[in-house]
Design a binder for this molecule. Structure first.
Ligand code: ZN
Length: 651
């Protein structure tokens, strides 16, 4: 029994370190070994301790949900959308409080999941319930136990209730849908459906997570402020929401809220707004509640980003690698103030899995930076969507590879060439300013350009013969071509479009080899020795430079005077790289280390996104670290980062 208690405590500590602090202290193997030993002991003794992690895996299905009366009511939130309305609310708050009161608001995400209320008694999780009507919810303890960041036992021994939000991380949603027979429509439905599923095993499969933001009821204790309450939550190992700051100026708060809205697609969870809460508990008490809302909190809602509409047609595009991508044409629908009439369906496998047909009513999700995506179907519709058997641009037969189909005509498919040239000329390639897809199409159709080197052979006379080209336009393009002749080596390698070599790998290759010649001479084995280069990538690179046609085209490009440059010192170690810092640092303050990074040419960002190149993670790094790992972004500790820069303090 003692051994069992010890294992339970240890495993719960590991889970806390892993799921809440994001800072594991043991390997998966060590965790599994302890877990297996515990299962064996539980089997032998026929006893399961109440806070045993084995209770997380999902128990017996329930016949029904039992009603649970909350000890403290769960309030709804009043909401506004405009700054004007928000300032009006702030003015009302100030009127209700004594003259000159110092009012501060804490800003938090408004999560788009399912509100849950946990009850702890004698240091143990004894109940979890949905919000219900705010007074009475439904007991979902077995379901909530499957959320690994929820503490099964806590330090504090008195009875208390903690309110929070259960959600399905977007990364978990995407992983789930890759394998699921019946894909989920969106992470919100994924979370709500999982927590209200009578079978906890299904809940466990969804890999939910939760943030906790309020103690609604507590025995023998009171809090003076939001900060104090949150500190209590952290001391008891709850996962608290990311800190969005405290504001005294309502305009600054609203501005910050809008910025959160703009960046929300970089988060690994859905939010539909933010919440401003009066920090001081005495002020909260003075403000009180209406019959539905607390007067001391206000939600600022963002524009919706989902809608349902009908698929009226599908067209296919062919990318630079020959991959065919279906684009759904939709009955135009307004999503958050923007008319959406097209959405991507990714690939034929995706169409199949989501069951999309012509005439289907579908869920469409829009995010700022990418083309809207069809998340799932609401009803079936009629005709199936057929995958083309030949390339819609060159008529060559297509080939199936996994969920995708490819145009097999890699040598002369016009559409592939168009995107290849466009990729070469793009900002992240050799950056030929002003060379649009439309112009590339003209160069292809009128001048027979098909390879990058041929761009540099185009003459002024030839350009002047193109529709829409006058002196100025021709001169500008020629100047832009000339200016693109000395690209950074990394950008040049990326521009070549070597299969499986993205911007980051291209830069790593440049840093490692320093010259094109050195890279071209590298064997597959040598390439494998580079950090983050795996077998597939190494084979791709070696294969590319071994291909005679590719080598020939490359040589012709160099003959046109293209000379990639690589100069580590002059450009700065972090030149052009987007760097994010997270967690608490020990050797420098945040602003000092940011200045240091900028001194080496880095562009310091505040949030992790697809464009981030490097994350420096200090102690207690949380969601940014997870996000970076999910996106495959390079992560360094503070010391690794400093020693990379040759900083003495790290030695
Ligand atoms: Zn084709």
């Amino acid at each position: 029994m003692e051994r069992m208690q010890e294992l339970v405590d240890r495993l719960n500590r590991y889970a806390y370190q892993y799921y809440v602090l994001d800072d594991p202290s043991v390997t998966d193997g060590e965790y599994d070994a302890a877990f297996d030993e515990l299962i064996e002991l539980e089997r032998k003794t026929g006893t399961v301790l109440p806070n045993s992690p084995t209770t997380r895996v999902g128990g017996q299905p329930l016949a029904r949900f039992e009603p649970y009366p909350h000890r403290a009511r769960l309030w709804s939130l009043d909401k506004v959308k405009t700054q004007e309305d928000f300032l009006e609310w702030d003015a009302r708050i100030r009127r209700l409080l004594p003259d000159g009161a110092d009012v501060a608001y804490a800003l938090q995400h408004k999560f788009d999941g399912l509100t849950i209320n946990l009850t702890y008694e004698d240091g143990r999780l004894v109940q979890a319930a949905t919000r219900g009507n705010g007074l009475v919810g439904e007991g979902i303890l077995s379901q909530v136990r499957t959320i690994k960041s929820v503490p099964l036992s806590v330090e504090y021994k008195g009875i208390f209730e903690v309110q929070g939000e259960g959600f399905m991380p977007i990364s978990a949603f995407e992983r789930y849908n890759q394998e699921a027979q019946e894909p989920l429509k969106n992470p919100r439905n994924g979370a709500a459906g999982a927590l209200r599923n009578l079978d906890p095993k299904e809940t466990a499969r969804r890999n939910l997570d939760a943030f906790f933001y309020n103690v609604g009821y507590i025995e023998d204790k009171s809090f003076q402020s939001q900060e104090e309450m949150e500190a209590f939550l952290r001391e008891n190992h709850f996962k608290t929401p990311p800190d969005l700051g405290v504001y005294h100026d309502p305009k600054a708060l609203f501005q910050a809220a809008m910025e959160v809205g703009e960046r929300r697609h970089q988060l690994d969870f859905l939010i539909d707004g933010v919440v401003a809460k009066v920090v001081d508990y005495a002020q909260r008490e003075a403000l009180g509640h209406t019959d539905r809302f607390p007067r001391w909190a206000m939600a600022i809602k963002f524009e919706a980003e989902e809608a349902t509409t009908q698929v009226i047609g599908v067209s296919w595009d062919v990318g630079r690698t020959g991959k065919l991508t279906p684009l759904a044409h939709l009955t135009p629908v307004d999503i958050g103030g923007i008319t959406v009439s097209h959405a991507t369906l990714n690939n034929p496998g995706d169409i199949q899995r989501k069951g999309v047909k012509l005439g289907s009513t579908v869920w469409v999700r829009r995010s700022n930076d990418v083309i809207p995506e069809i998340m799932g179907t609401v009803d079936d519709g009629g005709e199936p969507i057929l995958t083309p058997e030949t390339c819609p641009f060159c008529g060559s037969p297509v080939e199936e590879r996994g969920a995708n189909v490819f145009c097999t005509n890699t040598d002369s498919c016009r559409q592939q060439k168009l995107y290849e040239l466009s990729h070469f000329a793009s900002k992240h390639g050799v950056d030929i300013e002003g060379l649009s897809e439309k112009t590339i199409a003209l160069l292809m159709d009128y001048l027979g350009v098909t390879a990058p080197y041929e761009l540099y052979r185009v003459t002024r006379e030839e350009l002047l013969g193109l529709p829409g080209f006058k002196d100025k336009k021709a001169d500008n393009l020629l100047a832009a071509l000339e200016a693109s002749k000395h690209p950074e080596l990394g950008a040049f390698l990326s521009a070549l479009g070597i299969p499986n070599v993205g911007r980051k790998t291209a830069r790593d290759l440049a840093d490692h080899y320093g010259s094109l010649t050195a890279l071209m001479a590298a064997s597959e084995e040598e390439l494998l020795a580079i950090r983050d280069v795996g077998e597939v990538v190494a084979r791709s690179i070696a294969g590319y430079f071994a291909d005679e046609g590719k080598r020939e085209n490359l040589q012709k490009l160099l003959d046109q005077g293209i000379a990639p440059v690589y100069d580590k010192k002059e450009t700065g170690l972090l030149s052009g790289r987007n760097v994010v810092f997270t967690g608490s640092l020990s050797r420098y303050t945040r602003s000092e280390i940011q200045a240091l990074a900028e001194g080496h040419g880095a562009n310091v960002q505040s949030t992790v996104g697809k464009g981030t190149d490097l994350l420096v993670a200090g102690e207690r790094a949380g969601s940014k670290l997870r996000k970076a790992q999910e996106l495959g972004i390079e992560v360094l500790t503070e010391d690794e980062f400093l020693s990379m820069l040759g900083d003495e303090t790290a030695l």
